[in-house]
Ligand binder design. Structure first.
Ligand code: NAD
Ligand code: UDP
Length: 330
């Protein structure tokens, strides 16, 4: 029987590359697409030798063409870390609006089922904890995070419209903070920031007083949840994340213990609109998908730390960010 064909956008990124691995393992023909704005081909280098993998270097905010049949589309292309989307706000808004429109149009003509990567950021700085899917959120549209949060909210609305108006088979996953190998050391997210600082012998920078909370999910658990949701019949958003909530101050202490660094915690101002609490209510995922996370933080952090330690000294020292100044003008 011919292999099923899946298009994965954002394939060279952290999550996209793990999804490529999973669909290769399931014996799909995988078509990766990425414009490499925050991704790295090194994440999928090992797949290029396979006959059931191909790659398009393409910006999905422009018209997307893929020859042949498509059975599934996973739309994961988007800057994802606060540092990235603050540096490239217009690209972020474009991929969340023009990009999703192109991908939904493609899903429609190919009669493919599409899943889109949404985020816990649709809940903004939430007034309820944990956050169930029914919570509509508390988002500042004109604050610095608005470019990401509102793009993702629009993406959900557009996806539901294509489902109800055009009958496209759609799925929406709301992803909570996920970590693991292949995160970019300089993407500014808290885990690579802390581990990078420990490895370079710098103090760990906690923003605010460290009382804000997050709940960290290991990447393999997330990928399993996404796979199950894609194969399910459920069209409304589903939270996938690990409900084990921790303050950022405690998290810094865990990283200090894990890495054995002699450095200390230093405090920096809390960025504007930084959510004070975040924890997924995963009742739906449990009931609909029979899914819950399996990897606890101690295990997941150890694997991730080993990955960062295996990087070259050069990669570790290279913490400056790419020059994004031209992208903003497009
Ligand atoms: P990432 O930056 O590692 O990956 C994103 C990928 O998308 C990169 O390879 C980038 O080059 C590519 N990309 C961006 N704009 C593009 C465009 N216009 N055309 C083609 N490719 C483009 O980030 P990630 O953590 O892997 O996030 C992947 C997706 O998951 C994003 O949509 C993000 O919003 C979502 N998400 C991630 C998390 C998390 O904790 N990692 C949480 C919530 C949601
Ligand atoms: N944070 C921090 N120090 C850092 C980077 C991040 O204290 O060097 C905090 C940040 O303010 C937020 C939390 O860690 O409260 C998670 O930040 P991240 O950027 O990883 O993701 P977010 O959940 O905010 O999108």
């Amino acid at each position: 029987m011919a292999r099923k064909r899946v298009l994965i956008t954002g394939a060279a990124g952290f999550l996209g590359s793990h999804l490529c691995d999973r669909f290769i393992k399931e014996d799909f023909h995988v078509i990766g697409m990425d414009n490499l704005i925050t991704g790295d081909l090194a994440n999928i280098e090992h797949l290029f030798k396979l006959e059931n993998f191909e790659f398009y270097h393409h910006d999905v905010s422009k018209f997307v063409h893929v020859p042949g049949q498509l059975d599934y589309i996973l739309h994961f292309a988007s800057p994802a870390s606060p540092i990235d989307y603050l540096k490239i706000p217009i690209q972020t808004l474009k991929v969340g609006s023009l990009g999703i429109h192109n991908l939904l149009g493609l899903a429609r003509v190919k009669r493919a089922r599409i899943i889109i990567a949404s985020t816990s950021e649709v809940y903004g700085d939430p007034n309820v904890n944990p956050q169930p899917e029914e919570y509509w959120g508390n988002v500042n549209p004109v604050g610095p995070r608005g470019v990401y949060d509102e793009a993702k909210r629009f993406q959900e609305a557009m996806t539901m419209a294509y489902h109800t108006f055009h009958g496209v088979e759609t799925r929406i996953v709301r992803i909570f903070n996920t970590y693991g190998p292949r995160m970019r050391l300089n993407d500014g997210r808290v885990l690579p920031a802390f581990i990078g600082q420990a490895l370079r012998g710098e103090d760990l920078t906690v923003f605010g007083d460290g009382s804000q909370t997050r709940s960290f999910c290991y990447v393999d658990d997330l990928v399993e949840g996404i796979y199950r949701l894609l194969m399910s019949d459920y069209v409304y958003p589903v939270n996938i994340g690990n409900p084990d909530e921790i303050t950022i101050g405690q998290f810094a202490e865990e990283i200090i213990k894990l890495t054995g660094t002699k450095q200390k915690v230093i405090y920096k101002p809390l960025p504007q609109d930084d959510p004070k609490q975040r924890r997924p209510d995963i009742t739906k995922a449990k009931e609909l998908l029979n899914w819950e996370p399996k990897v606890n933080r101690a295990e997941g952090l150890k694997i991730t730390y080993d990955y960062f330690k295996s990087l070259s000294k050069e990669a570790l020292e290279k913490i400056e960010h790419k020059d994004f100044s031209n992208y903003n003008k497009k």
